[in-house]
Design a protein around this ligand. Structure first.
Ligand code: NAP
Length: 286
């Protein structure tokens, strides 16, 4: 049985991973939320990992408020960089395989074809810069870059659109930022596949993982309204009409060739996964 530690277990991705592992007898899973272990308390983190050892440590905790990160620079840097550096170091010391989650926001969006793992990074905002420094500290393990994450749990674009779709008759959504939505359930399944791979130790490095396909936020919003059966008209606008504190890449579609080849996985198309998530949200409503 593999000993696995899941950090950030009550975030959107953490919840999906803990659900995916809950009945799996191949793993003994320790779930950590901020209540059990506050990552900002370095002494406690060091103490925890000197008393507990694992085969895998999966870090789903992060500072994810991309716009707020422009002012909460120190907190963003601590959680997305220094904490990751410390966890990576503690994992190396106890020979645990570290799986860490990063972002498409390490790219500047100036390319017009999907970004590969070997493409040059150039984050446009504080969040991406801290996540990139965090990535670099993972020398034994896997960094999974993902994009536009959503799930039935926590706050995300899908849940916001469904709520606004009930409240409003019309909504403006940006159509010149292109990427791929990712259902946290699909990413969680890939993480389980990685942990079950016989040769995972030889597969160190950075991998890209989002759903298949391409969308603008406008396309994404239109599909959410359609599958959620909301009578709300979505109008496309340029991002210049919707200024945000943090700059975002205009094109951040991730190339997933490497992860598909290395782990033999098939990735669902984003519209199919979106339908699944909205179905679950509807079940919770009724
Ligand atoms: N969301 C996206 O669109 C997106 C896109 C690309 C990449 N990512 C990356 O994907 C990963 C998972 O994202 P997510 O959307 O699942 O994030 P999330 O829902 O915001 O979850 C983050 C988790 O981190 C925990 N956390 C924050 N500060 C902590 C601390 N001091 N000690 C311990 N735990 C702490 C949070 O706990 P509390 O809730 O109690 O604070 C929460 O459980 C992150 O690495 C993120 O950068 C996300």
């Amino acid at each position: 049985m593999k000993k696995l530690c899941l950090i950030g277990a009550d975030g959107q991705l953490g919840t999906e991973i803990s659900m995916a592992l809950s009945d799996d007898a191949r793993f003994h899973c320790t779930l950590l939320t901020i209540k059990e272990l506050d990552l900002l308390n370095t002494d406690k983190v060091v103490e925890y990992f000197s008393n507990n050892s694992f085969d895998f440590v999966i870090n789903c905790a992060a500072y994810t408020a991309v716009d707020k990160a422009e002012v909460e620079l120190e907190l963003n840097d601590r959680l997305n960089y220094l904490v990751v550096e410390k966890l990576a170091d503690l994992c190396r010391k106890q020979d645990a395989f570290f799986i860490h989650i990063s972002t498409d926001f390490v790219f500047d969006g100036t390319k017009c074809s999907p970004w590969t793992e070997s493409d040059n990074t150039n984050p446009l905002q504080a969040y991406g810069r801290a996540k990139l420094k965090g990535e670099a500290s993972v020398t034994k393990g896997i960094v999974l870059r993902t994009s536009w994450l959503y799930s039935p749990y926590g706050n995300n674009f899908v849940k916001t659109m469904l709520r606004l779709g009930s409240e409003r008759e019309q909504l403006n959504v940006v159509n010149n930022q292109i990427g791929t939505p990712t259902y946290a359930y699909d990413l969680a399944r890939v993480i389980v596949t990685i942990c079950l791979d016989k040769n995972y130790k030889k597969k160190n490095g950075i991998y890209h993982m989002s759903n298949e396909g391409v969308a603008s936020w406008y396309d994404f919003a239109c599909s959410i309204m359609e599958y959620g059966k909301k009578d709300c008209v979505v109008k496309p606008i340029p991002d210049s009409a919707f200024p945000t504190a943090a700059k975002r890449p205009n094109y951040s579609v991730l190339d997933k060739t490497k992860i598909k080849e290395q782990f033999g996985i098939e990735i669902p198309y984003w519209r199919d996964s979106l339908k699944q998530c909205i179905k679950i949200l509807k079940e919770y409503e009724s």
